[in-house]
Each structure stands twice: as structure tokens, then as C-alpha cells.
Ligand binder design. Sequence first.
Ligand code: ATP
Ligand code: MG
Length: 349
Amino acid sequence: MSDKVILTGARPTGPLHIGHFCGALQNNVAIQNAGGYARMYGMIADAQALTDNFDDPEKVRANVIEVALDMLAVGYDPKKSILFIQSAVPELTELTFYYMNLVTVARLQRNPTVKSEIGQKEKFANGLPVGFLTYPVSQAADITAFGATIVPAGDDQAPMIEQTNEIVHKFNSIYGEVLKPVKIITPDSESAARLPGTDGNAKMGKSLNNCIYLKDSADEIAARVKTMFTDPNHLRVEDPGNTKDNPVFIYLSVFAKPEHFAAFLPEYKDYAELAAHYERGGLGDVKVKKFLNAVLQETLKPIREKREALARDIPSVMEMLRVGTEKARAVAAETLSAVKHAMKLNYFD
Ligand code: ATP
Ligand code: MG
């Protein structure tokens, strides 16, 4: 058995969307189903969600179950993966406190993902909570607590992994070799590693109201696609169009498979042919959006149906999370004990 340990997380700030699906969830489920790893974790990061939603505990609580349903619906298998709730593993908070000594404020302020998130949050205009600035340190605790060696995630997580590895190296050089370095796995396609929003924003994000959710009904998907941002200069059908900054085409490049072309738009063989026609002019947005709608309906229907079935028995989902959390806690406690031992905090051993 390999010693690969895989961990990914999602913040319960809203249900999961197609950006999560192509950015992280799909990679995760593929690794899970291929096997050959030592352990696999899916963390619902409620404590992290509170760093920018501390004033809305109801929202975070309600979305824990939404995120659990989404993870299960896309194929997380509780027989193979440990799904757990972050705040119910208090060892993570304790690790975070010790790791905080190993990171400077300036280094956190330079983290590009944190920087851009701060800029987008109006509620931080009057002051930045310490908890939000330091959430990359808590991510280092999450990752190292389980000895994770691989994190499948979107590319916004690359700076977090870099910061985790800095903490790992600093910890190991001061206190001795205890923590393992980690690698990020992002999707091969740049578009899937950071799927843009339906509004043309560079990232689809739960907090940005520009999402197509995995749980959306067929009508909701159709309505979102209809009002999607396209190329604003493509005014008449015969005008040449831009596919590079056009979320409709970016979604198609990620989600449209040859069988979708065969079933719904057989006059084109593949994405390249369709994109070439749009770029030279003569292809209207309505037709392309109709195709995108068909592709997304086909992709999301089985996920939505599985989710609806799971949602009929919430107590079972909660029980699965309770069991997963218990298992996760035992592993995190071992790491914490090793960390405290290395830091000479083991007075009563
Ligand atoms: P929030 O706005 O609350 O931060 P989010 O939509 O960014 O929510 P997270 O829970 O922060 O979602 O992210 C969970 C995982 O999904 C991470 O691995 C992240 O990289 C990935 N992810 C999130 N949004 C996208 C996206 N638009 N494209 C690709 N991957 C994404
Ligand atoms: Mg995020």
C-alpha cells in the first residue's frame, strides 16, 4: 500500500458549484476510485468558513449538510474516504496556535489568494479580523494533522500549499523531523483549475453570486445559462467572436465531450470546430448557449438525482459525518502529540 494521503476541503459557505466539480471534486473522486492510497479525507471547513462569516453562524451550520450532500452526490464514498467536520476536531485549532509562531504577518499579507479575497469583501473595509488573515496557518494545521501528502484543489489553493510547506520546513528545522511536505494536484486544464463565474468574473465563487450549483434544478440551470456573460463585442451573428474570455466557451471546453456533440450538435465534431466558427463569425450566442445548457443538464442530472435521494435521509448523512469525524480526530490527536513532544510540551508523559 502506498503512503499517499489525500485531503481536500470545502467551506460550508454555500452549496458546491460546477467550479468545485471540475477544480477539485472530480480529481478527488477519480483518485478515490483508482485506489492505491493510504487514506483519503474530505474536510468540511466550518471553522475556516467562520473567519469571514463569523456574524452568520446559521448560514455556516446549514451549509455543512449541503456540502456533505454535494460531496456524496459527486461520488465520495464513505467506505473509502473519511468525511469530517473541521470544528469537531479541536486538535486542529491547537496545532494552528503553535504554527502561528512560524509565520510572519508580512508573509500572510503577501499571500495572493488572501490578498484578493480581502479586496472582494466589503465587510472587511473597517478592519481585517486576525482569524481571516491567519486562515492559511489553519490550513497548514489541517493538512499536516492528517499527514496529507497530496491536496487536489483549484489553483487558488497553490499559495496555501506553498505556505504550508514553509511551515513544515520551519517546524522540522527547529523541532526535528515531524511534519511531511505536501503537493497540490490541479486539473490539467487552466480553465478547470479556475472556472470563471457566469458573470465573466475570473473565478466562480460561492461568495460571488455567479455560480451554477450542483443542486440547481433544470430550470435554474437554463435560466443561469440564458443570462450568462458572453463576448460583449459579438453583437450580430456574422461578427467575429472571442472565445478566450468568454465563459460560455470556457465552460464548453471543460464540460463538452464528443458524445455531447454527437447527441446535441452533430454539425460540429468537437470543441475546436465550434470555437473556430464563432471566432470567424456566423455563429450566434443563442445556439451556443442552447448547446451549453444541454451539456450541463446532461452532466448535472445524475448528480442532482443522487443528491435528492441522499437528502431524504439526513440523519444517515449526519451519522456518517459523526463516524468520519471520530476517525479523523484520532489521527489528528496522534500528530498533535508528536508535535507537542517535539516542542517539549509533554510534561506529564
Ligand atoms: P468561498 O467563496 O466561500 O471561498 P469557494 O467557491 O471559493 O467558496 P471553497 O470552499 O473555498 O469554495 O473551495 C473548495 C475547493 O474548490 C478548493 O479546492 C478550490 O480551489 C476549489 N474551487 C473553488 N472555486 C473554484 C473555481 N471557480 N474553479 C476551480 N476550482 C475551484
Ligand atoms: Mg474559496
